[in-house]
Design a protein around this ligand. Structure first.
Ligand code: GAL
Length: 442
């Protein structure tokens, strides 16, 4: 698929009506633990063989959620040997390079983690590393229960190449509620950029670090920028960046860069020594208060058995209420997969209602399926489902969907320089050039 066509797909994604998970009332209880009583697969269990699953899900919450997928798969094949091939490093910062080497060397795992859009279509489909799974969409009825806009992001020439386990909301701002309560600070339903700085200044006055960042993988700081960009310029202009109608050196983008630079002044001094989940741990311990992070952070709170709206809380990243930054996670069928039969069962388990209901409460994402039982999900997930149903849906560049890999890399490089020099003109110029090199600047 040509880049231009992929960009058109991105626009389709954000313009199509994605009515996932809308409708039911929001419960107030904590998330229900996945039940063991989920329906059993109807077909006769297969036996033996291997299944190698490649991912970067190594944090506490990520690993627990991945294990839940394995448990679902074992219902289909209880005796298969699962090879859990993980490479640590949030956002796939290390894993994607290792995977490329394996794929180029003809040594594919059976399946691996993908983001729809450019990452799947540009890096894996275009290179011929994956087989279509369109037939599974028909046999499993996924074509009727998965949002059309997301399927479109995984489709080339009428063939579908991935199945989604869940959909993360990237633009969350998480906080330690007990620390804020002790300071007499209340966070409302939304937060503006100005409100964030007012609260941050109060915390500084009380000798408390406002912002928790862990950017050993620079993507975490790039995500703070991506969220701030969305919050400052709004979803329409944010979308315009990816079709070239908004320039990276426009005044509003530069203003977002200034705001991001200002936010960096409030981060923990050890940020560059920590991973994203270590930063969330600091938040839980109360040595810093806010973290701008996708809702895989929620998986860490679940794993630590903390309580929603008691121990921790959330709000959209400052200024970004009304938008849902999509970071969807899917899995594929490798071409020449060592064990296609087991992988077919694994993909079926992922796309099943039971699989989605077991995985997502632990991972923090919402199910991609539209027919799940909302009562099985807690207050955060219902909040996120509502947001997905009614808010502006925008693609993440940091997590591979909005732009080609070369732009994603150039953004990470530009962020690495910016956190040191805070030079807005240089940052803007680097992104203008990257968009031109990547072929989507007008
Ligand atoms: C994203 C991925 C999430 C989560 C996060 C941090 O790219 O979509 O599932 O794993 O990285 O590692």
């Amino acid at each position: 698929m040509k880049r231009k066509q992929i960009f058109i797909s991105i626009l389709l994604l954000v313009s199509l009506s994605l009515s996932a998970c809308a409708g039911a009332a929001t419960p107030t209880q904590a998330p229900a633990a996945p039940t063991a009583a989920a329906e059993q697969p109807t077909e006769k269990p297969a036996g033996g063989g291997k299944l190698e699953v490649f991912s970067w899900w190594t944090s506490g919450g990520e690993a627990a959620a991945l294990e839940a997928l394995f448990t679902q798969f074992k219902k289909y094949n209880p005796t298969a040997e699962i090879i859990n091939a993980t490479i640590a490093g949030g956002g796939g910062s290390n894993a994607r390079a290792v995977l490329q080497t394996r794929l180029a060397g003809g040594d594919p795992p059976d399946t691996w983690q993908i983001h729809p859009g450019f990452e799947l279509l540009g890096q894996y489909v275009a290179s011929g590393y994956v087989d279509p799974i369109t037939d599974l969409y028909k046999s499993e009825g996924w074509d009727k229960v998965m949002p059309a806009g997301l399927i479109e992001q995984m489709t080339k020439d009428g063939q579908i190449y991935g199945v989604l386990a869940g959909v993360h909301r990237g633009n969350g701002l998480w906080y330690n509620k007990k620390v804020l309560d002790a300071q007499g600070i209340t966070v409302g339903a939304t937060m503006s950029v100005d409100e964030f700085f007012q609260i941050a200044n109060k915390l500084i006055a009380a000798d408390i670090t406002p912002l928790c960042v862990g950017d050993t993988g620079i993507w975490a700081s790039a995500q703070l920028f991506e969220n701030t960009l969305l919050g400052v310029i709004g979803p329409e202009k944010y979308k315009g960046l990816w079709d070239g109608s908004v320039a990276f050196d426009s005044p509003e983008v530069k203003s977002a860069m200034e705001t991001y630079g200002k936010m960096l002044d409030y981060q923990n001094s050890d940020h560059s020594a920590l991973s994203w989940d270590q930063a969330i741990k600091k938040l839980m311990e109360g040595t810093c208060v806010f973290s701008s992070m996708g809702d895989w952070a929620y998986g860490e709170f679940v794993k630590a058995q903390l309580k929603d709206n008691v121990d921790f809380g959330w709000v959209s990243h400052p200024g970004s209420a009304g938008s849902f930054m999509i970071v969807a996670d899917g899995f594929v069928m490798a071409k020449n997969a060592p064990d296609k039969d087991n992988n077919t069962l694994f993909l079926k388990a992922i796309g099943s209602k039971e699989g989605q209901e077991a995985f997502n409460p632990l991972k923090g994402s919402i199910p991609a399926r539209t027919d799940v039982d909302r009562a099985k999900f807690g207050v955060y997930h219902n909040w996120s489902m509502d947001s997905f149903a009614k808010d502006a849906l925008v693609p993440s560049v940091v997590h591979g969907s909005a732009a080609p890999a070369d732009f994603q890399q150039a953004l990470n490089d530009a962020v690495t320089s910016f956190v040191v020099d805070k030079n807005v003109d240089a940052f803007a110029a680097a992104l203008v050039k990257a968009a031109q090199d990547s072929g989507f600047a007008k």
